[in-house]
Structure formats: structure tokens, C-alpha cells
Design a protein around this ligand. Structure first.
Ligand code: ATP
Length: 445
């Protein structure tokens, strides 16, 4: 087994054991590349989304929030070019029935020709010539399964923003430049998904479209590129594991004039988890043509009319959560014993603290429970009275809980408790009535 598999295997197993991520419908054998977030995972992802929303909506006067529906008018996807062109070239093995993307580096020879070899079963000449496969999930609206009622599960959240551009502009009284942000589910019938939650068929996006005056898009593009990287570093992600990748003209999507991916060095290599795109006026112009509704902006100061240009920041919530998990994972020796720890930045940690009575007698559980009840009003806190204190600490290290609070013999005498720091392993005594303030301060830093 390679070391890459090893790290990912350990992470997948930890994620399942500790309740971060489970395979969808596991008791039925699982559903390919669809994942469920368990009690700790849902908190982690929620914390990431909240940080994003705070930075992109609440902290900015010039960005409004939106929550558009997943189901949209089918014409939307004609206008955007998704019906015609949101495709990947697909190759089938006629022998073992496996499917591959035509650009899968494991494929040898030319698919469709006798020299081509299936990377799974090894048969020669069994691979079909590539054919285009649309990645959008189709479904039917209404009781009759007829062509007219075919609709799609949205493959990106951005279009919900474009079709509401005028509604938001008029109701919020924003002026250009301004943005609209949204977090929501998107669906893509990926051909070769994999690498845990990296490429899945159902995922969440955190997207923001910033509408600007044509001619100013270059500056705004640079602004948002820098801003997004700053945000990621502020989440505690190691800067040397992050980099930009500029799209070459060949890589650029049909709607984009300029694009950068933000990549992270996962255990399986450098890969994109966020993109900053100059989408020009492509989407609004197309929606104008297909809907027959004018989507121009009137600049009342200059009396100019124009279709705005758009700078998009598009991040996957699940991929960002995977980045945070990979980046936090560490194994280390502590006094001759191996410890696995998730070093989440405290603001992202699913649990902020755990409360332990040292032993289950002498008034310790009662005091610990009281503390736990008090802290719970402010933070997501865990109570654990099972097993040795060392084991309880290690369980919380694996969950990434930044603080362990132990009620011991001294606590019942003088109302102080020990607070153990997950990263430094140092313990300090804190008066129990100061604990809420103490944690509030620590969690903010
Ligand atoms: P990729 O090249 O990996 O397929 P993409 O370039 O198609 O990604 P975009 O369409 O730019 O991705 O989507 C923006 C973000 O949405 C990506 O950076 C990623 O974080 C997330 N995303 C896209 N597809 C998936 C997927 N199948 N599973 C999980 N996240 C995804």
C-alpha cells in the first residue's frame, strides 16, 4: 500500500469511527460517491459555511445573501450551455463494464482502437471510442413523464444568482459594484468520482457573483483572488499547502476570460477546491436572450446602460471541509505513545470543549455536570465519564476538541478545574465561575 493510500485510509477510517463522514446508504452496500455527515462532520461543515457567510455577506455592505431553489426552469440550462455542453468524454469497457473519463491517465492506447487496454480488467480492444456524457441529473416535474416536464438538478448554484440578479438589485437598492452570495447543493453525475469527499455526485457550493462595470473587472478579479486566499489562511490552513493555478487558454471554461484555481496539497496531490473566475457578461447576456427580459444596469449618475461583468468566487463546502480535515490531521509521539490529533482552528472545531469528572464519585460528577450544563448554553460541549482520563483526552484529540476540562479532587474543595490545551498539552487551573469567559477568549483568538 502506498503512503498516499495510507494517509487517506487513516483519515477515512477516523472520519467514520468518530462520526465525521459516513458512506450514504451504507447498510444497503452504499451509494457511489455520495456521503453523509455525522454528528461531528455536520458541525465542522456548518462552522466553515458560517465563517464563509460572515466574511462574504455580513462583513460586507456590498454583498447580499440568497437561497435559490435547486430546481429551475429548464430553459436556464439551455441558456447557459449546460444542456449542450456540460459533458465529459466517456469510455466504456465492453468486457468488464467499467466506465472511465477519456482523459483518465490509466487508459493505455487509443480508446475505440484494438491497441487500447482497460486499466481494470486488462482486456485489449474492449474500450469504446469516447462519447459525450452529460453530467446533469435529470428528473421529471409533474405526474406525466414526458419530455416537456424534464428538469435538471442544478449542477452549480451560480445560475440561481443570475436569474435573481434584478430581484436582488431592486429589492436591496444596491448599486454596482455589488455581489450576491449563496450556499447550496449542486449535483453532477461525475463519471469517475472518488478520493473520499473530493469528487462527489451531490455536494455543496459556496458561491458569490460580484457584478461590476465593464472595464473594471480586472481590478475586481485581483481583489477577490487576494481576498479568498486571505480567508483560507485565516481559517488556519497552512499557507505552504495552498497555491494558485492560473487556467491556460485551453483550460478556460467557455464563459470565462480569466480564471485561477486555489489548490491544496492533498495526500493524493495538488487539486482545486475553489475557483475565481471572470465570467464576463456571458451569463447575463445569455439569460437576456433566452428569457427576453432586459438585464441591463442603469447607472443613474452617468445615465449609462450596460450588462455588468461578473467576477465569481466558487468554493466547494465539502472540498473545503476535506482540506480542513487533511490539514488538521497529525500523528505524533507523546511520551512514547502515538497520538492522533485533529488540530482544527478552535472556531472550526465541532466540539469546543469536553468536560470530564476525574472519577465518578466524591462529588466530582455533580460538579462536572453543573459545569457542562452551564457551558452548553454558549458552546458545543461534550461530557465524558467513561474510561481512564488519558483515554478520554485521546478521544477528544481525535475529534479535534481544543479544550479538555477536568474536575478533580481539588475542584470540589476550591471550585477550580484543570483546562488542558489540545495542542500544547499544557494544563492550567481556572476558577470554574471564570470558565465561560476563559473559553470565550481562547476561542476568539
Ligand atoms: P473539477 O475540475 O474538480 O471537476 P470544476 O472545475 O468543475 O471542478 P467548478 O465547476 O469550478 O469545478 O466548481 C467550483 C467548486 O465546486 C470546485 O472548486 C469544487 O470545490 C466544487 N465541486 C465541483 N464539482 C464537485 C464535485 N463533483 N464534488 C465536490 N465538489 C465539487
Amino acid at each position: 500500500m502506498s503512503s498516499v493510500d495510507n494517509v487517506m485510509d487513516k483519515l477515512v477510517s477516523l472520519a467514520k469511527r468518530r462520526g465525521f463522514v459516513f458512506q450514504s446508504s451504507e447498510i444497503y452496500g452504499g451509494l457511489g460517491s455520495v456521503w453523509d455527515y455525522g454528528p461531528l462532520g455536520v458541525e465542522l461543515k456548518k462552522n466553515i459555511k458560517e465563517r464563509w457567510w460572515r466574511a462574504m455577506v455580513h462583513a460586507r455592505e456590498d454583498i447580499e445573501g440568497l437561497d435559490a431553489a435547486i430546481l429551475m426552469h429548464p430553459k436556464v440550462w439551455e441558456a447557459t450551455g449546460h444542456v449542450a455542453g456540460f459533458t465529459d468524454p466517456l469510455v466504456d469497457c465492453k468486457h468488464c463494464k467499467n466506465r472511465f473519463r477519456a482523459d483518465d491517465p490509466r487508459l493505455k492506447g487509443t480508446p475505440g482502437q484494438p491497441d487500447a487496454q482497460c486499466p481494470v480488467c486488462g482486456t485489449r480492444g474492449s474500450l469504446t471510442a469516447p462519447r459525450q456524457f452529460n453530467l446533469m441529473f435529470k428528473t421529471f416535474m409533474g405526474p406525466v413523464e414526458e419530455q416537456a416536464a424534464v428538469i435538471f438538478l442544478r449542477p452549480e448554484t451560480a445560475q440561481g444568482i443570475y436569474v435573481n440578479y434584478l430581484n436582488v438589485l431592486q429589492s436591496s437598492r444596491q448599486k454596482i459594484p455589488f455581489g450576491i452570495a449563496q450556499i447550496g447543493k449542486a449535483f453532477r453525475n461525475e463519471i469517475t468520482p472518488g478520493n473520499f469527499t473530493f469528487r462527489t455526485r451531490e455536494f455543496e457550493q459556496m458561491e458569490m457573483q460580484f457584478f461590476v462595470k465593464p472595464g473594471t473587472e480586472g481590478e475586481w478579479f485581483e481583489f477577490w483572488r487576494a481576498e479568498r486566499m486571505k480567508w483560507l489562511v485565516a481559517l488556519g490552513i497552512r499557507a505552504d499547502k495552498l497555491r494558485f493555478h492560473q487556467h491556460t487558454p485551453k483550460e478556460l471554461a467557455h464563459y470565462a476570460k480569466e480564471a485561477y484555481d486555489i489548490e491544496y496539497e492533498f495526500p493524493f496531490g495538488w487539486h482545486e477546491f475553489e475557483g475565481i473566475h471572470n465570467r464576463t457578461d456571458f451569463d447575463l447576456t445569455r439569460h437576456q436572450q433566452f428569457s427576453g427580459k432586459k438585464l441591463e444596469y442603469l447607472d443613474t449618475a452617468t445615465n449609462e446602460r450596460y450588462v455588468p461583468y461578473v467576477i465569481e468566487t466558487s468554493a466547494g463546502a465539502d472540498r473545503t471541509a476535506l482540506v480542513v480535515l487533511c490539514d488538521a490531521y497529525a500523528e505524533e509521539d507523546v511520551e512514547g505513545e502515538k497520538r492522533v490529533v485533529l488540530r482544527f482552528q478552535p472556531s472550526l472545531a465541532p466540539l469546543k470543549a469536553a468536560v470530564f469528572p476525574l472519577v465518578n464519585k466524591d462529588g466530582m460528577p455533580e460538579l462536572a455536570r453543573r459545569l457542562y450544563d452551564r457551558l452548553r448554553r454558549h458552546f458545543n460541549v461534550f461530557y465524558d465519564d467513561g474510561g481512564s482520563i488519558g483515554r478520554r483526552y485521546r478521544r477528544q484529540d481525535e475529534a479535534g476538541t481544543p479544550f479538555g476540562i477536568t474536575v478533580d479532587g481539588q475542584s470540589t474543595q476550591d471550585q477550580t478545574v484543570t483546562v488542558r490545551d489540545r495542542d500544547t498539552l499544557q494544563q492550567v487551573r481556572v476558577a470554574s465561575d471564570r470558565l465561560t469567559d476563559y473559553l470565550t477568549e481562547k476561542l476568539a483568538s
